[in-house]
Design a binder for this molecule. Structure first.
Ligand code: CMP
Length: 147
C-alpha cells in the first residue's frame, strides 16, 4: 500500500543545481511527487514547524537558516515512503554522511549538521502532521506565505 511523506529541499539545497540532483534521486528511487510548492517560510511558520526543537540550543540558528531563502515543499508517495525517503537522504550530519553514506542526498548536496539540504518526516504520524501543516484548506488559514 502506498504511503506519503513530507520532503523539503532546504535553502542550501536550492543552490548549485542540487534541486535537479535531488529530484533525479527521487524519481530514480520510485517516488512520485504528489504535491509541490516553492515558498519562503516566515519566522512564525519556521518556529511552528520545528516546535519540537524549540528548547534546543540550535533552534534560533535553525529558524534563521530555514527562513534564509525559499524552500521546496514536496509530498512524496510510494510504498514505505517515510522510511525509504529517510534512508535516501542519509544521516542528519551531512559532513559525516559524506564518509558513512556517500551515495545519500545529504552526502552529495549537504554541507554539515545544520545545512543538510533536505528534510524528511521521521514517522508516518509526523508525515501526516507535516503534510497537513503545509497543505491545508485555504479556508482554514495557511501557516505559510505562498509566492
Ligand atoms: P532535520 O533533522 O531535518 O530537522 C532538524 C534540523 O535542525 C536538522 O535537520 C538540522 O538542519 C538542524 N540541526 C539538527 N541538529 C543540529 C545541531 N546540533 N546544530 C545545528 N543544527 C542542527
Amino acid at each position: 500500500e502506498k504511503e506519503k511523506t513530507l520532503a523539503i529541499i532546504k535553502p542550501d539545497g536550492l543552490y548549485d543545481n542540487c534541486t535537479d540532483k535531488i529530484k533525479n534521486a527521487i524519481f530514480d528511487s520510485g517516488f512520485r511527487i504528489v504535491k509541490e510548492m516553492l515558498i519562503q517560510l516566515d519566522e512564525e511558520a519556521a518556529v511552528s514547524f520545528y516546535a519540537e526543537h524549540s528548547s534546543r540550543s540550535f533552534f534560533s540558528s535553525l529558524v534563521k537558516y530555514m527562513t534564509s531563502g525559499p524552500v521546496l515543499i514536496m509530498v512524496l508517495e510510494k510504498e514505505n515512503a517515510v522510511a525509504d525517503w529517510r534512508a535516501l537522504i542519509g544521516p542528519t550530519d551531512a559532513s559525516k554522511a559524506k564518509i558513512t553514506h556517500p551515495n545519500s542526498i545529504r552526502a552529495i548536496c549537504g554541507l554539515d549538521l545544520q545545512k543538510n539540504c533536505v528534510h524528511g518526516s521521521d514517522s508516518p504520524q509526523s508525515a501526516q502532521r507535516e503534510i497537513s501543516f503545509f497543505f491545508k484548506e485555504k479556508s482554514s488559514g495557511s501557516a505559510v506565505t505562498e509566492h
